[in-house]
Design a protein around this ligand. Structure first.
Ligand SMILES: *[C@@H]1O[C@H](CO)[C@@H](O)[C@H](O)[C@H]1NC(C)=O
Ligand SMILES: *[C@@H]1O[C@H](CO)[C@@H](O)[C@H](O)[C@H]1NC(C)=O
Ligand SMILES: *[C@@H]1O[C@H](CO)[C@@H](O)[C@H](O)[C@H]1NC(C)=O
Ligand SMILES: *[C@@H]1O[C@H](CO)[C@@H](O)[C@H](O)[C@H]1NC(C)=O
Ligand SMILES: *[C@@H]1O[C@H](CO)[C@@H](O)[C@H](O)[C@H]1NC(C)=O
Ligand SMILES: *[C@@H]1O[C@H](CO)[C@@H](O)[C@H](O)[C@H]1NC(C)=O
Ligand SMILES: *[C@@H]1O[C@H](CO)[C@@H](O)[C@H](O)[C@H]1NC(C)=O
Ligand SMILES: *[C@@H]1O[C@H](CO)[C@@H](O)[C@H](O)[C@H]1NC(C)=O
Ligand SMILES: *[C@@H]1O[C@H](CO)[C@@H](O)[C@H](O)[C@H]1NC(C)=O
Ligand SMILES: *[C@@H]1O[C@H](CO)[C@@H](O)[C@H](O)[C@H]1NC(C)=O
Length: 388
């Protein structure tokens, strides 16, 4: 009892020390964030890790059952990263130019996209209480060869190396400074590699990678009606969400990443799409460890990407990855192989700490545009919501 109370006091005094010194020297940010994160981890890290491991084990059993991978040598799971993927104060990172509002509410966003199956298992907790929190999660990412649904004409192979529009965060070299948040403006028009060099040695707070609220680069007009690898689903009341997809591919200027936005309030429109009814509390990107990415890259259709694997942007050279890693955060999904062959699929788990008081900017005014009736006919919409 006494130790719990003193732990709570320690956390609250650390947190108030952090907020009280919002304008202090940048090098102190790293120290304060590290201390605050350590305090939160002391308080709830073990229970969260245990909880996530339990879920991962359940998910693994379940997916093996579904795929019929019982009791043979190919079952041996491999866990490539540590148990450290607990972003107790999850850093904000840009939503990038390809966020679309009003997506279909569904748990499986794969549609017809080929790639390594990926089951993303996320636990959401409120950082002020360590309690699970129920949120709606908007997820979107590029396909195996680097195209975004809704933006086919301007992503994937149409992006030459370093070319415009690419992003997922920072579209193109010429517009780099415009697409950066204010905190990155000092990087000017430098390339991703020098941005990452700066990021690796810089000190950031949890919201340094957040979008500036006046960035028109992040409101890209939707080109087409495709909806692949996009969707919204609500976590359960225990803060847990599973989303079914494929491992994202790489594209010009970016390491592979999986975007999310989390909204406390929302509902399903009568046509089966999501309507946010509150500001998001978090915008972020998940990443993958190099060993996993290397194994994925060797498979078709990833190997068919028009940008060769040798020419891809690595995590270390990515312009946003360093934000996720700078403060001792870790937004790599903790990857477990479902079988010994990567084509059996991957489970990726993470705990995301949400600051429920934070208002995460929405820079996109773009709405999904597609023929609802043909989607309903193809069972891409949840039938329950269609009757409303
Ligand atoms: C993660 O934690 C679980 C149980 O706490 C343990 O069995 C497993 O080996 C750990 N994995 C890694 C990669 O440390
Ligand atoms: C998700 O949908 C794809 C096809 O759209 C399907 O192949 C895959 O099995 C589904 N995944 C799960 C876990 O149901
Ligand atoms: C990714 O999307 C583009 C655009 O729709 C498509 O041409 C390409 O075949 C897709 N990649 C894979 C591996 O399906
Ligand atoms: C960015 O622009 C600079 C100067 O215009 C050029 O030297 C550099 O090669 C470009 N970088 C990329 C990745 O295209
Ligand atoms: C999407 O499809 C509708 C018809 O269902 C069409 O009117 C609209 O122009 C299309 N939107 C885009 C961006 O292609
Ligand atoms: C949206 O939020 C407002 C304000 O909290 C609430 O009054 C309204 O009922 C909500 N709408 C739906 C459909 O949940
Ligand atoms: C990534 O992993 C591959 C294979 O294990 C290794 O050859 C390569 O050096 C690693 N690259 C980085 C950037 O760590
Ligand atoms: C990948 O490339 C190979 C060889 O170029 C080709 O035979 C195959 O059809 C391609 N697969 C996909 C899914 O694009
Ligand atoms: C949570 O967000 C609020 C509003 O932006 C901010 O004042 C507060 O410092 C944040 N708390 C933490 C622990 O980051
Ligand atoms: C679905 O319904 C909402 C609310 O009426 C509307 O704003 C949206 O445009 C519709 N979406 C599609 C794809 O038709």
């Amino acid at each position: 009892m006494i130790s719990t109370v003193s732990a709570l006091l320690a956390v609250s005094s650390v947190l108030s020390a952090v907020s009280a010194h919002a304008d202090h020297a940048p090098e102190n940010w790293r120290r304060d964030n590290t201390v605050a994160r350590a305090a939160l981890e002391t308080r709830c890290g073990l229970q969260l890790t245990a909880r996530r491991n339990k879920r991962a084990a359940q998910a693994l059993r379940s997916v093996k059952r579904k795929r019929g991978l019982h009791g043979n040598h190919r079952m041996t799971p491999r866990q490539t990263s540590s148990n450290d993927s607990t972003c107790l104060i999850t850093p904000e990172v840009t939503q990038g130019p390809y966020h679309i509002l009003g997506e279909i509410v569904r748990q499986n966003i794969t549609e017809n996209q080929l790639g390594i199956p990926l089951e993303v298992s996320i636990d959401f907790v409120d950082i002020s209480t360590c309690e699970p929190v129920q949120v709606w999660v908007d997820a979107w990412h590029a396909n195996a060869t680097g195209f975004y649904g809704g933006y086919i004409a301007e992503t994937g192979s149409t992006l030459s190396a370093g070319g415009g529009g690419g992003g997922g965060g920072a579209p193109g070299n010429s517009s780099l400074s415009m697409s950066m948040p204010m905190s990155m403006s000092s990087f000017g028009s430098s390339m991703a590699s020098s941005a990452s060099t700066a990021a690796a040695s810089a000190t950031y707070g949890a919201t340094s990678g957040a979008d500036s609220t006046s960035n028109s680069m992040l409101d890209t007009a939707v080109d087409d009606n495709s909806t692949f690898l996009r969707g919204v689903f609500q976590s359960d009341t225990d803060g847990h969400l599973t989303m079914y997809s494929i491992v994202p591919g790489w594209y010009s200027g970016r390491a592979q990443h999986f975007h999310i936005k989390a909204y406390p309030q929302g509902y399903i429109a009568s046509n089966g799409t999501f309507v946010a009814n509150s500001t998001a509390v978090h915008t972020g990107q998940f990443f993958f460890d190099n060993e996993t990415l290397t194994a994925v890259a060797a498979t078709v259709p990833y190997a068919n990407n028009s940008i060769s694997w040798a020419d891809r942007v690595t995590n270390e050279d990515d312009m946003w990855y360093p934000y996720q890693a700078a403060l001792g955060y870790n937004a790599d999904l903790d990857i477990t192989w479902v079988g010994s062959d990567i084509s059996d699929g991957l489970l990726g788990s993470i705990t995301v700490g949400l600051n429920m008081s934070y208002e995460s900017a929405e820079l996109s005014t773009q709405y999904a545009d597609f023929d609802v009736s043909s989607y309903a006919a193809a069972s891409m919409l949840p039938s329950a919501s269609l009757s409303a």
